[in-house]
Design a protein around this ligand. Structure first.
Ligand code: MG
Length: 362
């Protein structure tokens, strides 16, 4: 039996909860398109995101670490895949639209600069004197609406309103600690919290593997104690530290996901952790901030990345002829020079930024 797009949409009615955002209720795309033969609109969006250039570049962008400092550390790409997997699991359990949550999650970090949050900060500072700013969520939206150019009649990927909206609403306390979040779709809320679950856990794992924190350090944390206890209950005492740590981080992910599924009130429009879990997450986050994100080794690499971004920006600003032809054409067509430079630098991978830095400084 083969399901066509219409039948798949009908299945959503049958299998998704009443509060899920169904494809048939989508507000559609900016440019009208024929319905797809074999996919729902949100499936199609997901596929467009995966096939985009910006998505492929995530593989060489730093999460926290500089990508080439070890093959096993997370990059933006592996972070995105881990977050998408968590997003899908949560959505399926809650009867939400898995395709929509997955598409939002896969696109949520497309706008990140090279060199992680440090790179974003540097670029933002460089733009301020020109009345501009940089914010990675806004840049993700700009990529899918404007910068990807693969259709003859329009720019952007022409994604559905719901996926684009999900990107705009993707704000985390990390990004804007003082901001109240606007009400987002349930699927966008899931994407947002799946992102948080992914990075809190894989950053713990990366920091441990890099030797910047120890298992004893983590022993101070409630969430680690709870997970470690459950590991012993399940497996007994595990001597091999690699396996023990892997199991403990995995338990932490499980604890967070289960708590979120249990506590959320989708009928009331709310995806959330319990109070106890929120407290544990906060404790873990502040531990990671002090001990990992602000660790001198990490800061040193961040500073190096920021210097590269500054040098590149200044160089292109003084010598726009150092930009590729496509970017020079945008300037001739009237796009502000600083916006062209911003889009170009933000799109770079860490590796390309390094190479370009060497090239322009020669
Ligand atoms: Mg993320």
């Amino acid at each position: 039996m083969i399901f066509d797009g219409d039948q798949l949409m009908a299945l959503e009615d049958k299998f998704l909860a009443s509060y899920a955002l169904k494809s048939k209720d989508s507000k559609g795309r900016m440019h009208l398109e024929k319905a797809d033969l074999t996919r729902t609109p949100f499936q199609k969006d997901r596929d467009r995101i995966i096939h985009s250039r910006a998505f492929r570049r995530l593989k060489m962008k730093t999460q926290v670490f500089v990508a080439h400092h070890g093959d096993h550390f997370r990059t933006r790409l592996t972070h995105t895949l881990e977050a998408a997997q968590i997003s899908r699991d949560i959505s399926r359990s809650l009867g939400l639209n898995e395709d929509l949550a997955e598409a939002i999650t896969l696109a949520h970090d497309l706008g990140h600069t090279p060199f992680g949050h440090a790179g974003e900060e540097a670029l933002d500072e460089l733009l301020q004197p020109f009345g501009l700013s940089f914010e990675h969520n806004e840049q993700s939206r700009r990529i899918v609406e404007e910068l990807e150019h693969v259709y003859p009649d329009f720019r952007g990927l022409n994604l559905t309103h719901e996926v684009r909206q999900g990107l705009m609403k993707h704000q985390t306390p990390w990004d804007q600690p003082d901001k109240e979040f606007q009400k987002a779709s349930l699927e966008a809320q899931v994407a947002n919290l799946a992102d948080e679950i992914a990075y809190n856990n894989h950053d713990t794992d990366d920091a441990l593997r890099a030797g910047l924190i120890t298992e004893d350090d983590l022993g101070e944390l409630m969430i680690w104690q709870t997970a470690a206890k459950q590991v012993v209950e399940t497996y007994g005492k595990i001597e091999n530290s690699y396996i023990r740590l892997s199991r403990t981080v995995s338990k932490m992910i499980g604890l967070m996901i289960h708590d979120l599924i249990k506590t959320s009130n989708p009928e009331g429009g709310e995806i959330k952790f319990s109070k106890a879990q929120t407290k544990m997450n906060r404790e873990l986050k502040s531990f990671l901030t002090d001990r990992f994100y602000f660790h001198e080794n990490v800061l040193e690499l961040s500073k190096r990345g920021q210097n590269i971004i500054r040098s590149l920006f200044e160089n292109y600003h003084n010598h726009p002829d150092n930009l590729p032809k496509e970017e020079q054409a945008s300037i001739k067509n009237g796009t502000q020079l600083e916006i062209v430079i911003k889009d170009y630098i933000a799109g770079m991978t860490d590796e390309f930024a390094e190479q370009e830095w060497e090239r322009v400084l020669q």
